[in-house]
Design a protein around this ligand. Structure first.
Ligand SMILES: [Zn+2]
Length: 462
């Protein structure tokens, strides 16, 4: 008995640790029959998009497979946390002989903490024990597992580096492993006043002493991944390249509420980011929301900016009607808030691989992480009084009258939303703007044809 318990408890802790590494609440479960471990499970509802993927359920399924029997007569389960109502239900269906759990769960525990479903007419054979009540027999089980849980929750809430705010989510790192073409080291920052602790991720490649810096801003629903083909070319030109993920996107934290997002707040974050990084000789690279927000930035500190590379985007000034293409996009996003982002990229970019398309979904394990993709389309300023419209008009005046830097415009002409017509009219608003480069095979996400653009732009913008 002792051996079994030690073995199963160490396994339980191991599977719980694996869950923690994957960003899940660290719960591990093992099932033992005749002194042998026959199945293990770790908590994985986020990673597997499965609200039922609790450690206990995962272990029950594996045990039933291994015995080729849906009844687990004579089996015992050891689990690091008190089971919830769903799991107790499944445990009773499986007719386990005994369940031993290490730490009580005061909010959802269904073995006595909130309710005791084991002590009900439904239960005919399963005993339940809390490891603390078993005393010396389980001495190594209980501390290990509750310490692990404590460490996990501590790392979520009070990590000294970038604690996660209670009103935000953080995409598990594992979602970003081995993405094709994106081997850039992550950089984080959370102490800008506007962020109030939210963690922002940015790519920072090339030399910090470089003469100029390409600042690459993405839009919705993309992230810095969109710039993966351009970043190496910019940095090979001797420049520094910085590509942040807007809050709500990529590896940056994701506020839970759609209503958290606003034009003014995102603009403020970008202004503070540029100040904090003290970027000089900036070549601003924008597309989509990267431009809707980004084109309003240089007028706040014109001395920092010396070049502009602009791809399919707009200045949403609120004094001209939004295009039918944009309205159709906005309507689609409202009707299908969980639309398939990978499919969106594959449709417009038949030349990129399935794995590359999937990488655009990496930041969003479930709809809870997608507040920003829901919030951004209706945030585009539509009327003169819309939030962001006045600042966009002021920016238009700046580009018309005050812009001193060089400009390079690249247009993906297949874009139904912000294609050639919108871009030619934007180009006319920019002082000293040369004839745009037309990319007849590129759609909205022009950066997917970014090598050619980056090559030409680095030649042009000196
Ligand atoms: Zn459960």
């Amino acid at each position: 008995m002792d051996n079994t318990l030690t073995l199963s408890s160490s396994l339980g802790a191991t599977t719980a640790r694996a869950a923690a590494v994957a960003g899940e609440v660290p719960v591990g479960a093992v099932i033992v029959k005749d002194g042998q471990v026959i199945a293990t499970g770790r908590n994985a509802p986020i990673g597997s998009h499965d609200p039922t993927a609790h450690a206990e359920i995962v272990a029950l399924r594996a045990a039933a497979q291994s015995l080729s029997n849906y009844r687990l007569d004579g089996c015992e389960m050891y689990v690091t946390l008190e089971p919830c109502a769903m799991c107790v239900g499944a445990i009773l269906h499986a007719r386990l002989k005994r369940v031993v759990y290490a730490a009580p769960e005061p909010k959802t525990g269904a073995a006595g903490s909130v309710v005791n479903l084991f002590d009900s007419p439904m239960n005919h054979q399963t005993q339940v024990q809390c490891a603390t009540d078993l005393g010396a027999l389980c001495a190594d089980f209980m501390p290990a597992s509750s310490q692990l849980l404590q460490e996990f929750f501590a790392s979520k809430r009070t990590s000294p580096v970038h604690p996660l705010r209670d009103d935000a989510l953080r995409t598990p790192d594992a979602r970003f492993e081995n993405l094709p073409g994106y081997a850039f080291s992550p950089h984080y920052l959370s102490d800008l006043p506007a962020l109030n602790g939210l963690r922002v991720h940015y790519v920072d490649e090339g030399s910090r002493e470089a003469r100029r810096t390409f600042l690459c801003l993405h839009g919705n629903p993309a992230w810095s991944y969109l710039y993966r083909k351009m970043i190496p070319i910019f940095s090979a030109s001797g420049a520094r390249v910085i590509a942040p993920d807007l809050v709500g996107f990529g590896k940056s934290d994701k506020p839970k509420k759609d209503s958290f997002h606003s034009f003014t707040w995102h603009r403020q974050c970008l202004l503070e980011f540029i100040e904090r990084m003290d970027l000089q000789n900036v070549i601003l690279v924008v597309q989509d929301w990267g431009g809707i927000l980004g084109l309003t930035l240089p007028m706040a500190s014109p001395e920092r900016f010396k070049g502009l590379l602009v791809m399919n985007t707009t200045l949403a000034c609120g004094d001209a009607p939004l295009s039918d293409g944009f309205k159709a996009w906005r309507e689609m996003c409202a009707k299908k808030p969980d639309f398939d982002i990978a499919k969106l990229f594959s449709r417009g970019n038949p030349h990129i691989s399935e794995a590359e398309c999937a990488a655009y979904m990496a930041p969003f394990p479930d709809s809870g992480h997608r507040a920003a993709t829901r919030a951004f389309p209706p945030m585009v300023p539509e009327f003169e009084s819309s939030e962001g419209a006045a600042i966009s008009r002021a920016a238009r005046d700046f580009w018309r009258n005050d812009w001193q830097g060089q400009t390079f415009v690249a247009i993906g002409t297949q874009d139904p939303v912000l294609g050639e017509r919108a871009m030619q009219s934007l180009a006319q608003q920019i002082r000293g703007c040369p004839k745009p480069l037309l990319l007849p095979h590129a759609g909205h996400f022009v950066q997917e044809h970014g090598q050619a653009i980056a090559q030409e732009a680095t030649q042009w913008l000196r």
